[in-house]
Design a protein around this ligand. Sequence first.
Ligand SMILES: Nc1ncnc2c1ncn2[C@@H]1O[C@H](COP(=O)(O)OP(=O)(O)OP(=O)(O)O)[C@@H](O)[C@H]1O
Ligand SMILES: Cc1ncc(C[n+]2csc(CCOP(=O)(O)O)c2C)c(N)n1
Ligand SMILES: [Mg+2]
Ligand SMILES: [Mg+2]
Ligand SMILES: [Mg+2]
Length: 338
Amino acid sequence: MTGGAPDEFGLIAELFAPLAAGFPGALGLADDAAFIAAEPGFDTVATMDSMVAGVHFLPDDPPDLIARKLIRVNLSDLAAKGAEPRFLMLSAAFPRDVGQDWLRAFGAGLAEDVRTFGIHLIGGDTVSTPGPLTLTLTALGRVKAGRGLKRSGAKAGDTVWVSGSIGDGALGLKAIRGLLTGISAAYGEFLSGRYRLPHPRVSLGPRLLDLAHGAMDVSDGLVQDLGHLCRASGLAARIEAARIPLSPAAAAALELDQSLLASVLTGGDDYELLFTASAEAAETLADLSSQLGVALTGIGRVEPGDTGKVTVIGADGREIPVVQGGWRHFGGGSQSGE
Ligand SMILES: Nc1ncnc2c1ncn2[C@@H]1O[C@H](COP(=O)(O)OP(=O)(O)OP(=O)(O)O)[C@@H](O)[C@H]1O
Ligand SMILES: Cc1ncc(C[n+]2csc(CCOP(=O)(O)O)c2C)c(N)n1
Ligand SMILES: [Mg+2]
Ligand SMILES: [Mg+2]
Ligand SMILES: [Mg+2]
């Protein structure tokens, strides 16, 4: 990328190849494909998530944070399977008029999180598009053979657990859009920060291998995602709204406007882990939580019932009706249940 408009191969050499330098099998991002030796005793765990400007992030979000969010939403899926992240493959469709400064900042964001998580970019594709910026990442990880966590592992009577806090991302998007008034500027910044830069529970995931029964991450919305876990396990769930962990910022927002509970339950953009474990695991999970400095909160139970049904109980003991439990790209009136 010298002088004027960025050139495809210059861009790959300058922005992406340095992120492959630590892994010889990537062949310097100068060949047709990468080589990964199969590791005896491990399963490779593969996942892919895309992000589209205006759909997953705001077009004027800082480019380094767009890059880091792209990595993090994918690492969240690996963590949900108890896997340790290893490699990334990036497909980037940049609008033709993307500028060099934008690209350099995007590359710097990728580099930062590749370093932070100790992973390598081992390949991808770079194209131009007449449409919005569209980014697709494949993340590859590893887990001990046969031990990876599944959505289908929940057992009747298990406690439902979530990591961290729920609702910050969805409330953060509202804050950015000026739809959250009355909270302090610091709280607003915390929430918008959580929307732009999730914190995937990469250390926690592998530690759940001996503890969790069913597991997934929360991306679309707590209620919809728990419904997926329940359906995969042939069970139903009952959770208590008052037990859902809130950050101080989210709690302050809800205190001013209780209708924001819908964003917490269904807004998505959480990238926290959602898992079930037997009641006896509670003490070990509490120890793990303090060891890792990641909150773990029991919010309810899975039980036999209408497969996939999630019942949310309010502080008054009555059911809170939830029409749509989370984000849907197609179908449904509004795109999430807020
Ligand atoms: N176009 C597709 N081709 C093949 N498999 C797909 C396709 N879209 C989704 N899937 C698969 O469907 C399953 C559910 O995908 P989904 O994207 O809902 O999960 P997720 O990544 O955990 O959620 P989110 O996208 O909200 O982060 C995954 O196994 C995914 O690989
Ligand atoms: C600008 C903007 N508008 C709305 C949202 C909310 N949103 C979009 S997709 C999605 C689920 C995860 O995506 P996927 O299922 O495609 O992986 C959520 C919660 C957002 N993040 N940004
Ligand atoms: Mg997905
Ligand atoms: Mg995902
Ligand atoms: Mg997921």
